[in-house]
Design a protein around this ligand. Structure first.
Ligand SMILES: [Cu+2]
Length: 381
């Protein structure tokens, strides 16, 4: 009952409110089930045919029924509906928007669904020359503070769902929807698209990282910076080729290799905010050039380093600081990154990087090029 996407083990007021409503409904239904089940069992046992003679007896005439029993049953049904309706209506009211008293304190975020990943924008954090701070697949929010999420879609219908924090709301093209969430305390939460949206719908995931107010503002400051430029800072580093291995992954081999995720995913996330150990400045510089040469820059923004990119594709300015890639499908480590850029179509069927990039532009990478690109992507903290 306490899995990553449990709606029973909740960690925020909106999900808690929904859980309580679920329990009220469950109890009412349980009482009805016991009464109806008992009546059925009683009638079945008491009035069953005990012999062949009884079996062949003609059925008794239908009576008109008993008005007292009928009225009582109607009355009880209405009562049961009222018991469910009152908390339902208050829940709809509560979950629909941030409570009036807290509205001024709510933080505003815009979430957009695309086949098959989520884009997150921070309208309050405008980055000079490039609009709101934009990230993908990992939504960082302040803990203990209501967050109002503006829900959009750029293609088909999606649905935004973080089971431990709030119920799902659809993201519909050309229509503004919204919901609000709040995390009780700092933590790392699993989210999922909950509306069938095409081939890779099942692996259209995202993560929510709730941070204390101070950590949240530190994170914003860090993210607003342009992409980290390693070669300028670390010229004296002796270039040594570090090879990210590419194992033969089994068809469905996903999940985390970093044991820290088992202990505390939030700590694993924090560790990701710092530069990787033994960075190779020369290799990273090579990766940065390949990002141009292989046309990656035509889709992906790397603010301050690559000119190009567009809002239909993930912003990679700080991709190295995220714990997951490709819509939360893969852990963000050298091995999985290499697996992704080696053959995205195999990892995530039909994805637009494969269809509009690798297939359309005939992108092919040699093992050396993959390693350099991985080093570059990892350096983008
Ligand atoms: Cu979707």
């Amino acid at each position: 009952m306490n899995g990553h996407q449990s709606t029973i083990d909740v960690e925020g007021p909106v999900a808690r409110n929904e859980l309580n409503l679920f329990y009220v409904t469950c109890w009412v239904i349980l009482v009805i089930f016991i009464f109806v089940g008992a009546a059925l069992a009683y009638a079945t046992i008491k009035f069953r045919a005990r012999s062949n003679a009884e079996e062949s007896e003609e059925a008794p005439q239908h009576g008109h029924g008993n008005p007292f029993v009928e009225l009582t049953l109607i009355g009880l049904s209405v009562l049961a509906l009222v018991i469910i309706a009152i908390p339902t209506i208050t829940s709809i009211q509560y979950t629909s928007d941030v409570p009036q008293a807290e509205r001024a304190n709510a933080y505003e975020i815009k979430a957009t669904g695309l086949q098959w990943w989520f884009k997150f924008e921070y309208p309050k954090e405008q980055v000079a020359g490039s609009g709101p701070l934009t990230t993908s697949n990992e939504l960082v929010i302040p803990a203990g503070r209501p967050v109002h999420v503006d829900l959009r879609s750029m293609d088909v219908m999606h649905s935004f769902w973080i089971p431990k924090l709030a119920g799902k709301v659809d993201m519909i093209p050309n229509r503004a929807n919204y919901l609000w969430i709040e995390a009780d305390h700092p933590g790392y939460y699993w989210g999922q698209c909950a509306e069938f949206c095409g081939e890779s719908h099942a692996v259209m995931r995202f993560r929510v990282i709730a941070l204390s107010q101070k950590d949240f503002y530190d994170w914003l400051d860090q993210q607003e910076k342009p992409a980290r430029n390693v070669s300028a800072a670390a010229e004296s580093v002796e270039p040594k080729a570090q090879f990210a291995s590419i194992r033969q992954f089994k068809q469905n081999e996903f999940g985390f290799s970093n044991p820290q995720f088992e202990v505390s995913p939030l700590e694993a996330w924090r560790a990701k905010q710092f530069p990787e150990k033994d960075e190779d400045a020369a290799l990273i510089a090579k990766g940065r050039q390949l990002f141009q040469a292989k046309t990656c820059f035509t889709c992906h923004v790397v603010r301050g380093q690559q000119t190009g990119g567009n809002p239909f594709y993930p912003d990679l300015t700080h991709v190295g600081s995220r714990t997951t890639i490709a819509g939360g499908l893969l852990e963000n480590n050298a091995e999985q990154l290499r697996r992704w850029i080696h053959d995205p179509g195999v990892v995530k069927p039909g994805n637009k990087m494969w269809v509009n990039g690798y297939q359309a532009n005939h992108i092919r990478l040699s093992p050396d090029e993959e390693v350099a690109l991985v080093a570059y992507l990892q350096s983008l903290k």
